[in-house]
Design a protein around this ligand. Structure first.
Ligand code: NCD
Length: 303
């Protein structure tokens, strides 16, 4: 693996290696404190971010390296009309590894084609977000002890939610998982994922608009935000944004050992009262995001 652009770049061995490495980092942080000495990570963020960018930067600092970059397109030469290709060739002169987030689908792939140093996709439009997927896989592993034989529900914006697209692809590598796709009609999962991943790989799945109907069956419930920035009109967003709100009452029928995940940011889709439920794992998920990115940086820099 030279770059990480799509969760398709990950196979079972690679995921195992990264999860084990992240767990070793969690247990022995001191061992890694100089691993990336004199290495520089560039964080090129053309779209807003809190967790992804800060966890990448914190990861690099905890490995003894450094970072540089920009956190909005308006503060880079993209504002003057510079292409991604030229920006990437420039950043190659100043850093050792790149994490890029961009509103256009396919932008990270283009970046990797012009880069001699590793490129990590930190989110390309409504397409993919593979490092969130690694975060989610680590969190599921820590919560359930496995990545197979699970009943995993995705709820909310399955059309534009890139974290959902990436995670479903990665989960398709594991045996005997059942997937529940919960969304309003307008926000169903894209057909290409249904056909090329779920159907093609013979994965059992159900599509429903009800969050409650199968609640008692879930091992993992992955809530998502309705992706306002990808909507064509505000009216549709307003109509759909509160389609699902997870409350304590709705969790009454859920398993005692359910794991509730959310890539965050959360708006209304998980009510605050749920934060105190021990099944809520989304803040632990935030912490895992740093450790798995440390593992990924080490792997791609081969240090
Ligand atoms: C997600 C993203 O950017 O796709 N956030 C994240 O990286 N943790 C989810 C979202 O924005 O809703």
């Amino acid at each position: 693996m030279k770059h990480l652009i799509d969760s398709e770049n990950l196979n079972l061995d690679e995921i195992n290696y990264l999860i084990n490495s992240a767990q070793d980092i969690i247990n022995n942080p001191i061992k890694y404190e100089d691993s990336c000495k004199r290495k520089i990570l560039a964080t090129l963020f053309y779209e807003p971010s809190t967790r992804t960018r800060l966890s990448f930067e914190s990861a690099m600092l905890s490995l003894g390296g450094n970072y540089l970059g920009f956190h909005s397109s308006s503060s880079s030469s993209a504002m003057k009309g510079e292409s991604i290709a030229d920006t990437i060739r420039t950043v190659n002169a100043y850093s050792d590894i790149i994490a890029i987030r961009h509103p256009k689908e396919g932008s990270a792939l283009v970046a990797s084609q012009y880069s001699k140093i590793p490129v990590i996709n930190a989110g390309d439009g409504g397409h993919q977000h593979p490092t969130q997927t690694l975060t989610d896989l680590l969190t599921i592993t820590k919560t359930k002890g496995r990545l197979n034989n699970l009943r995993i529900a995705f709820c909310g914006d399955l059309k534009f939610g890139r974290t959902v697209h990436s995670l479903i692809k990665a989960l398709s590598l594991y045996e005997n998982n059942k997937i529940y796709l919960i969304s309003p009609d307008e926000l169903k999962i894209p057909n290409y994922l249904k056909e090329e991943v779920l159907i093609k790989k013979n994965i059992e799945f159900v599509e429903t608009s009800s969050l409650e109907e199968y609640m008692h069956e879930f091992d993992i419930l992955y809530m998502t935000r309705v992706q306002r920035e990808r909507f064509f009109n505000e009216e549709d967003y307003v109509r759909l944004k509160d389609s699902y709100i997870l409350t304590n009452a709705k969790l009454n029928t859920a398993k005692k050992d359910l794991g509730i995940l959310h890539p965050l940011p959360r708006l209304n889709e998980i009510s605050l009262e749920v934060d105190n439920d021990e099944r809520a794992k989304y803040f632990e998920q935030v912490a895992n995001g740093k450790f798995i990115r440390m593992a990924l940086i080490l792997r791609l820099l081969e240090v």
